[in-house]
Design a protein around this ligand. Structure first.
Ligand code: ADP
Length: 266
């Protein structure tokens, strides 16, 4: 796409030989836009709790001692603590994500997934508010070669999401098994709110949420599935999502047969 008028001018000045250098900047521009969007998103996500936090701080600072009861003061402090933990959770997830993106993939060690899943289940049950959590089938001798902390965060993200997006009395069923083709599959099924088809491909984008208010209210950072997707990629696994609005969702991690290892000998 060389500008024709430039060529005519060059010819007019007696320059009839020229070298045209073009560079496709589409990719560079796209990366730059993604980077700018990300910085804007992070700032926005942190600004909200920070605004609330400084609002309460100001109130506590300005209000005369005799005009506020101990109970009210405690109430404000609780709200401030909630905002502070929200910011901590966002920063912790951002650090995890950036470590995953910048560190080279390691082969890792055989990981006893049953232990990882059991631990995640215990944590998830503490979070549940009336949802029933069932274990369908958890294979004991099915190990994955990988990094235990990363696998634990992927498993726990899927479980906590299932609880977060399933109303009281709903059910969550989890399983870990070897498929017929030799892959290992971890799946979490819920009878929750479900996800519309057009949202599914965007769920692993950082800070993408179907319902911002609900995610915030339940303590989500909007980064859990982005982290899970990265962990999956680093372990030759695929993250599959099936869902129907109002009926529920199935999130599964399918590990390539090459990652499946036999238990280490004692
Ligand atoms: P969050 O911290 O907001 O849960 P995630 O990255 O873990 O962030 O998930 C992104 C979004 O995907 C959530 O905000 C929610 O809208 C949707 N989502 C994730 N898991 C489920 C689920 N089990 N059921 C319904 N929606 C889900």
């Amino acid at each position: 796409n060389v500008d024709r008028s430039l060529l005519i001018q060059l010819t007019r000045y007696g320059i009839d030989q020229y070298l045209v250098v073009t560079r496709d900047v589409t990719q560079v521009e796209r990366l730059e836009t993604t980077r700018k969007d990300f910085v804007a998103n992070v700032s926005h996500e942190l600004r909200t709790p920070l605004t609330v936090l400084s609002g309460f701080l100001e109130t506590l600072h300005d209000i005369p001692r005799e005009e506020i009861s101990d109970e009210q003061r405690m109430h404000y402090l609780d709200l401030m603590m909630q905002q502070a933990s929200r910011m901590q959770a966002i920063v912790a997830d951002l650090l995890t994500l950036s470590t995953l993106e910048s560190s080279p993939t390691q082969a890792g060690e055989p990981v006893h997934m049953k232990e990882v899943i059991d631990r995640a289940l215990e944590q998830a049950k503490l979070l549940s508010a009336g949802q029933h959590v069932f274990v369908e089938n958890i294979a004991d001798n099915l190990y994955i070669k990988g990094i235990e902390t990363e696998l634990a965060s992927a498993v726990s993200n899927l479980l906590t999401n299932a609880i977060r997006y399933t109303p009281k009395d709903g059910t969550i069923t989890t399983s870990w098994y070897l498929t017929e083709s030799g892959q290992a599959c971890y799946s979490v099924q819920d009878t929750g709110i479900g996800i519309a088809a057009q949202d599914i491909p965007r769920l692993t984008e950082r800070f993408y949420r179907v319902d911002r208010g609900r995610s915030r209210a339940t303590g989500g950072t909007g980064l859990g599935l982005a982290i899970t997707k990265h962990v999956a990629m680093r372990h030759n696994a695929e993250l599959h999502i099936q869902s129907r609005v109002g009926a529920g969702s199935i999130f599964s991690l399918e590990f390539a047969a090459s990652r499946v290892v036999t238990p280490p000998s004692p």
